[in-house]
Design a protein around this ligand. Sequence first.
Ligand code: SAM
Length: 294
Amino acid sequence: MEQTRQSQLDNPQKTIEMIKKYQFAFQKKLGQNFLIDPHVLDKIINAAQITKEDCVLEIGPGIGVMTQRLAELARHVVTVEIDKNLIPILEETLQGYDNITLINQDIIKVDINELVDAYNGGTAIKVVANLPYYITTPIIMGLFESHVPVDNITVMVQKEVADRMQVGPGSKDYGALSLAVQYYAEPYIVANVPPNCFIPRPNVGSAVIRLTRHRNPAVETKNPELMFRIIRASFNQRRKTLQNGLNNSPELSYSKEMIAQAIDSLGVPPLVRGESLTLKQFAQLADWFADHPV
Ligand code: SAM
């Protein structure tokens, strides 16, 4: 089997030719904006640090441009595409590669842990994708919360979402997503990507972000599930104080007095807002509640 650079599609003209040949119609609702800039492709591939030992999961291969590159670098690539109209195209573009498994399914319905067992003996995989933006957060949080063994996740996302994942307290972008991502992983923005690197052009800017999974979560807390309920409550009502956010949350049932005591235990002002607390402070707050059951 020959896996040469000639067989690659990372040339915008070839993508356009394939789309015409198969009369492929882009579906906006599936987030179909295909990457046609080879330099951006290089940046994604380099950031993912793929070796010949790796099993890579790709989400949404499109016509298989990145899939080919991944297959040339990794031991095995599992790629999951929802759109059945792309399957005949992928069968042509991925022909001749014997280390690619193509699955025609909705990634949200796939048991990724099962795939990791089947294709990598249950050991950590790498995830690489130009994600469909309408399901970025469920995909990333699903990988973390279902404890899929991953080394890193290198993905193209909407720029705003990449910023939200990376920032700390005090920024307008800081929120539940920042804290959840940073609990599990170290975010690093690899590149900002303008709309003209895709066909069709998206209406938003994009960014490539790498999330390197922490060996252990970034903070220790007695009850992570309680901490995330507190985090959600704190950001549900952004302009409210932490006290009001926790008090009004349907997910929590603490009295005003308890909430005031818990906030006081952090040594912060009583009218503090959730957006100024660090992950460590949220962990401390959750531990205070865990130690004072109602
Ligand atoms: N990887 C290609 C590229 O870089 O040009 C295509 C990326 S495009 C932004 C997103 C891809 O994800 C499309 O191929 C789309 O059909 C696919 N997709 C959308 N929703 C999906 C889902 N729920 N499960 C699997 N694939 C999905």
